[in-house]
Each structure stands twice: as structure tokens, then as C-alpha cells.
Design a protein around this ligand. Structure first.
Ligand SMILES: *Cc1c(COP(=O)(O)O)cnc(C)c1O
Length: 449
């Protein structure tokens, strides 16, 4: 029997998802979520992006984050998920706020770090976990769904915490031994329950190779139901649109709803693509800035029209160290590959480590606001490019305490560690030691099935 057969029982009236490579048939939402990547290696995109009505935007400042997010979620998932179930998924996902905070005149921070692992990835990971659980419950044949994820740090914590305690799902986080920070490690090794941390004697590429081999292994897939939770999954990517609407609503409530420039510290470009989708749905954003660190592939594309991926370089804003951003395919797809359209809506900039450090220090001294290294890229990009009469909103993608030593060194002051982060650090580390040989991972997984 095909392990995923029960997920393919949905009928034909639902939203379809096509591949950005256009060489395989469209699939249903449940299939796109379980598969992650299309069979032709393209990324899934929704066939329709609904424009929201004028009344919604006219009154948006009176709505709270949940009401806004439910309305946006209906536009994507309303045909596939019953209203009450969808509303519950959205409310459970957003168990925390996404406040807009004024940093200085004309510059605001959209703080996306108030979730359990203190980074914006909590939104997508929590949503995906709940949506997957919904599909499992619908078509249940009682089998556990096993989520395998390789991490260099941040993804593992967001996915593990997003799926923690979700029935019917077991998560295996593969991480490179000795190569993630202690704070990151404790966010997925101390959880227990349905989360197993696998400490691989190797590097991140080994972890990724092991996960890929597992998905390709016929015997393993016939014995257990395997899926991935990486960031290109539509269920992680689309919900990120929620907070762009909320950010706009909060600015509008402050009387700053015009001429808004949104700046996104970008790595794989999933976050900014969700913003571009919000824009397509009618959200009145004047233009976007994609802030790059030294990994300047997108910046170069904007200047030249040529996309030239290269090996990533390590920076202070390490979650943005990406040399071949996977969601670039989605950006191209949204604008039919037209460089001039993309470059008129999005501007770019590239920021060195020295500039990141100087920006964090100067912003703290002049405004009292503590930036993390990623948010610092967003803030500096706005300082460089914001014009008279515009309102700048940058996405503060992680809490500065996640980069404790870097931040403390740069601003010269101890920062407060949020309680939920401290709690992880007090937990007991539990992990399974693994070699980087696939045969070992396979026999480990098989003896569990
Ligand atoms: C993942 C991440 C980014 C980059 O987001 P993309 O969607 O990959 O562009 C930026 N900042 C932080 C803190 C992150 O964890």
C-alpha cells in the first residue's frame, strides 16, 4: 500500500497547488503539505491569490491579530479546512503577539520573536504542525506520521516546539554534534514527549544528506510514514502573511497607514515572499526592501537581472547565510520572471558584519532599542533607503537573547534572558547519538517502526 494514499482522498473542488517548474500536475493542499517539494523539484504555489475586499482594509485597525489572521487564512485554506477547524488552527498557532514598536522617528519594528522559540519561524512551524494534525485526523489510518528535519540550529527548535505534544506525529531532529549553540541545542534536546533529538557525528550537510536518503529509501517508506517540515513547505510559508496584515493594521491605528515601506532581513526569502503575497492580496504596502548580509545574491540580481547562486559565507546574522535562496523561484513566479517589475517593487542592500555590529551599538546608544543581528540588517536598510514622508517597518525576526554573547559583546551590556528561553536552558539534555552513515539511521528508525 502507498503510505500516503489516505491523504489523496480529497475531491477536485479544492484549491490546487502548482509547481514553479510547471512540469508535474497540480496537487491538493494536503499533498503539497506532506510532500513539501514538487516531484519536479519546483516549489508549490497556490493557483489563486484572492484580493481581500476594501471593507476589510477600511476597518482592519479595529481587528485583533487573530481576527485578521483568520480572514487571511480563509483566503488560502478556506476550501480545504472547515471554518471552525481553521479558526482553531490559527488561534492555537498565534498563542503570542506580534507587536509594532516605535524605534525612532518614522522607523518601527514588527517584533516577531514573542513565540516559544523567540523567532518568526514559530508562526509557520506551529501552523504546519496543526494543519498536518488536521489532515491526519481526517484520513486517519491510525499510523504515526514521522517528521524528519535537519537543522543547523533555528529550524530544529521552531519545528520541534511547533510539533511538541501534537498527537499522531513524531519529530526527529537531526543536528550536527558540537556545531549548534548551547541555547539552540537545548531548545530541541530538552523537550521529550514526541520529539527525539538525533546528534549526528558530522556536519549540517551530513544531517541533510541523511534526511534526504531516508525520504528516498523504499524499505523505510514502506514501513513508516515520513514527511519533512522544511521551510519551503506551503504550510510554513503562507501563514507568514498573517503578520504583514497585522503590522499594517497596527501602523494604521497609529495614524501611519500611508506610504509604508516594509523591510525584511532575508536568507531563503520565504518571509519576504509571504509579504509579497500579502501585497498581491491588496495590502497597501508601497514597496519592499530585502536586506541581505554579505550573502548578496538577491541584491546582485536586482542590480543586474542575473541570478548567480554562490557558496554561502558565514556572518553575524547566520540565519541569513544562504547562497542560493530557495524561494527565489517563488518571487520569479509571482512576477512572471520580469526583472523590471521585481526591481520596481523591491530594492535591495547588502550589509557587512562590521556594519551589523556598528548598527546594533549605535541603535542601542541612541534609542535604547536592542536589535538582534538580523533585525539590525533590516533597521540599517531602512536608515539607508527610507525617503521623506515614508513610514518604515522592519521585521525583527529573532529575540536578541538568542545571540546572547554576540549581542552582549557588541552593545557592552548584559541583556535580559526571557523566562521561556531560560526554562529550556534548565532542562535536561536528551539525545540519540548517531554516526553519519545512513545504514545506522535506517536501522534505528526501522527498529522503532
Ligand atoms: C530564518 C531567519 C531569517 C531568514 O528568513 P528567510 O525566510 O529565510 O528569508 C532571518 N532572521 C532570522 C532570525 C531567521 O531565523
Amino acid at each position: 500500500m502507498r503510505p500516503n494514499a489516505y491523504l489523496q482522498t480529497l475531491n477536485n473542488n479544492l484549491m490546487k497547488y502548482y509547481s514553479t517548474n510547471h512540469s508535474v500536475p497540480e496537487v491538493s493542499l494536503s499533498e503539497a503539505v506532506v510532500k513539501g517539494l514538487a516531484a519536479d523539484r519546483g516549489l508549490f504555489m497556490p493557483e489563486r491569490i484572492e484580493k481581500l475586499p476594501k471593507e476589510f482594509f477600511d476597518n482592519i485597525e479595529k481587528l485583533n491579530l487573530h481576527d485578521i489572521a483568520v480572514r487571511v487564512a480563509e483566503a488560502f485554506f478556506g476550501e480545504d479546512v472547515e471554518p471552525e477547524a481553521l479558526e482553531k488552527i490559527v488561534r492555537d498557532t498565534l498563542s503570542f503577539d506580534t507587536p509594532v514598536v516605535e524605534v525612532e522617528k518614522d522607523i518601527y519594528s514588527l517584533e516577531l520573536f514573542h513565540g516559544p522559540t523567540l523567532a518568526f519561524k514559530d508562526v509557520g512551524a506551529r501552523f504546519m504542525a496543526r494543519l498536518l494534525q488536521y489532515f491526519i485526523n481526517k484520513g486517519s489510518d491510525g499510523r504515526t506520521v514521522n517528521v524528519l528535519v535537519a537543522t543547523s540550529g533555528d529550524t530544529g527548535s521552531a519545528v520541534a516546539n511547533g510539533f511538541l505534544g501534537v498527537e499522531g506525529i513524531h519529530v526527529y531532529v537531526l543536528y550536527p554534534k558540537g556545531k549548534v549553540s548551547p541555547i539552540q541545542e537545548c531548545q530541541f534536546t530538552t523537550l521529550g514527549k514526541n520529539i527525539t533529538a538525533i546528534e549526528v557525528d558530522g556536519n549540517f550537510d551530513d544531517c541533510q544528506r541523511l534526511v534526504k536518503s531516508a525520504f528516498l529509501d523504499v524499505e523505510l517508506n514502506s514501513r513508516m510514514l515520513l514527511t519533512s517540515a522544511n521551510s519551503i513547505n506551503v504550510a510554513r510559508f503562507l501563514p507568514q502573511a498573517f503578520y504583514y496584515f497585522s503590522g499594517y493594521a497596527q501602523l494604521k491605528a497609529k495614524g501611519r497607514g500611508e506610504e509604508i515601506v516594509v523591510c525584511v532581513p532575508s536568507g531563503n526569502f520565504g518571509n519576504i515572499t509571504a509579504g509579497l503575497i500579502a501585497h498581491r492580496m491588496g495590502l497597501p504596502i508601497k514597496r519592499f526592501i530585502a536586506a541581505n548580509n554579505a550573502n548578496d545574491i538577491f541584491y546582485n540580481y536586482l542590480q543586474t537581472g542575473e541570478y548567480c547562486p554562490k557558496a554561502s559565507v558565514q556572518t553575524l546574522a547566520n540565519a541569513m547565510d544562504v547562497g542560493d535562496p530557495s524561494n527565489f523561484a517563488r518571487v520569479l513566479d509571482l512576477y512572471a520572471g520580469k526583472h523590471e517589475v521585481i526591481a520596481s517593487l523591491i530594492s535591495g542592500t547588502t550589509i557587512s558584519d562590521a556594519e551589523i555590529a556598528e548598527t546594533m551599538k549605535r541603535c542601542y546608544e541612541q534609542t535604547g532599542y536592542v536589535l538582534d543581528p538580523h533585525g539590525a540588517c533590516g533597521y540599517l536598510a531602512l536608515k539607508r533607503q527610507l525617503k521623506e514622508g515614508e513610514t518604515g517597518l522592519f521585521l525583527e525576526t529573532a529575540h536578541p537573547a538568542k545571540f546572547l554573547e554576540t549581542v552582549t559583546d557588541i552593545i557592552g551590556k548584559e541583556i535580559e534572558i526571557p523566562e521561556r528561553l531560560q526554562e529550556f536552558m534548565n532542562g535536561k539534555k536528551q539525545s540519540v547519538a548517531m554516526t553519519s552513515d545512513f545504514a545506522d539511521l535506517k536501522s534505528y528508525l526501522l527498529q522503532l517502526s
